[in-house]
Design a protein around this ligand. Structure first.
Ligand SMILES: CCCC(=O)SCCNC(=O)CCNC(=O)[C@H](O)C(C)(C)COP(=O)(O)OP(=O)(O)OC[C@H]1O[C@@H](n2cnc3c(N)ncnc32)[C@H](O)[C@@H]1OP(=O)(O)O
Ligand SMILES: Nc1ncnc2c1ncn2[C@@H]1O[C@H](COP(=O)(O)OP(=O)(O)OP(=O)(O)O)[C@@H](O)[C@H]1O
Ligand SMILES: O=C(O)CCC(=O)C(=O)O
Ligand SMILES: [Fe+2]
Ligand SMILES: [Mg+2]
Length: 335
């Protein structure tokens, strides 16, 4: 019988360990992204944080769940700040408050009940504290190396579904939104702000899909509507094995930007909150997405930027990321 890939990797590791070859990728190679790394471990660095089993699991699955990583106290503080923002007690530069499409386009609902997502909270000192938590960065470093940029921040407040199924997030790869590479030096940290279950629309992931390529994305043809920029994979295969990531408050999943994921609708009367940050190595570089599958999202982002800042200034897709990115560890070498 064929060995599972994870078992194959274990065999490779054991063999290399016994033969005295150093298989533990070091920060020396992390700093130089083009440096040769053993093929056995392509996605992680050894920083004495992930066990060999955890590294193999991430290599194999493209995600790893760490239980109880963020304290109750911190999460309660993030929740308070979210409430302050929704009540408009604070005005944060650059922050986007997004309402669910089915609510925004029909009823008039005020306050946090209308808010589906906060995006770009990098200027909010309290929420941005999430991105700098040492226990998060300790893990992030295993994927990005030591120079770390917080590139994209979100607080997701998945509302009870209105009946139109708009609370779903279609299956996608986050890399679709990012004009920087290499993909393996990007990681998302996603922390449950309360218990998340299949009932309230937990994350759904397709393990191993991080080993594939970036797929074509566009708006799914959903009768009840789709939220702005919620692109989904065009040829989504509903038969691929799925994992529902049920998590407790404070549990954190780290996942690769090519991992196909989404979330189902919220069938409960409560809101399902999560806070997340996408990190990238500061050594990553911007790419031109013209003529690629990312051209549609880049046009959409540039269009939205034009609406916000007016026609005179042009903000490119790449610029939109460069202005939001914040250094959280090491040196801002490139991004
Ligand atoms: C790894 C990354 C993965 C992702 O980030 S996926 C999601 C990324 N999504 C985004 O970045 C979207 C950010 N959202 C926004 O920019 C804003 O919320 C958005 C959609 C422009 C609305 O801005 P507002 O300031 O609320 O503007 P507004 O109330 O005047 O509405 C303007 C027009 O937009 C519509 N709208 C509002 N919320 C929407 C929604 N959720 N989905 C789709 N359309 C929506 C609204 O009906 C209005 O349309 P119209 O002009 O009247 O036809
Ligand atoms: N046609 C589709 N195209 C893209 N993504 C889809 C499609 N249908 C569902 N999804 C996505 O698949 C994931 C799972 O959706 P689903 O509604 O089945 O949730 P679920 O939590 O698995 O619920 P259930 O318990 O009913 O299976 C979500 O990310 C959802 O948005
Ligand atoms: O919290 C969720 O439902 C998933 C959100 C997500 O994957 C995203 O915004 O990229
Ligand atoms: Fe995502
Ligand atoms: Mg389902």
């Amino acid at each position: 019988m064929a060995l599972r890939a994870a078992d194959r990797l274990k065999v490779v590791l054991n063999h290399l360990d016994r033969s005295g070859v150093n298989v533990r990728t070091s920060f020396t190679s992390a700093q130089n992204l083009s440096h040769h790394r053993p093929e056995a471990l392509q996605y992680t660095f050894d920083t004495d944080v992930l066990s060999p089993e955890q590294r193999l699991a991430y290599e194999e699955d493209g995600f790893i769940l760490i239980k109880n990583l963020v304290s109750e106290e911190d999460i309660n503080r993030f929740r308070k700040e979210f409430e302050r923002i929704c009540k408009r007690d604070v005005k944060i530069p650059g922050l986007v408050v997004m309402r669910d499409v089915s609510i925004a386009k029909s009823e008039f609902v005020q306050g946090e009940k209308a808010v589906t997502k906060l995006q770009d909270f990098q200027e909010d000192l309290e929420l941005f504290r999430y991105c700098t938590l040492p226990q998060i960065l300790k893990y992030v470093e295993c994927f990005t190396g030591p120079n770390i940029m917080a590139m994209h921040t979100m607080l997701i407040n998945k509302p009870p579904d209105t009946g139109k199924k708009t609370s779903r997030h279609p299956m996608h790869q986050d890399l679709h939104y990012f004009p920087f590479r290499p993909a393996d030096r990007i990681v998302c940290a996603w922390t449950a702000m309360e218990k998340v279950t299949r009932q309230n629309g937990c994350l759904v992931v397709l393990p191993g899909t991080h080993k594939g390529t970036l797929q074509e994305h566009n708006y799914p043809e959903w009768e009840g509507g789709v939220n702005k920029m919620y692109h989904g994979i065009r040829n989504y295969n509903p038969n691929h094995p799925r994992v529902h990531l049920e998590m407790e408050k404070g549990d954190t999943v780290f996942f690769h930007p090519l991992l196909i994921h989404g979330s189902g609708m919220n069938r409960t009367p409560g809101f399902r909150k999560a806070i997340s940050c996408h990190y990238a190595s500061a050594d990553c570089h911007y790419i031109d997405v013209e003529g690629t599958t990312q051209e549609n999202i880049s046009k959409e982002v540039e269009e939205l930027a034009r609406k916000r800042v007016g026609n005179d200034a042009t903000i490119s897709f790449q610029d939109s990321w460069a202005v939001r990115g914040r250094l959280v560890q090491g040196d801002r070498t490139s991004l």
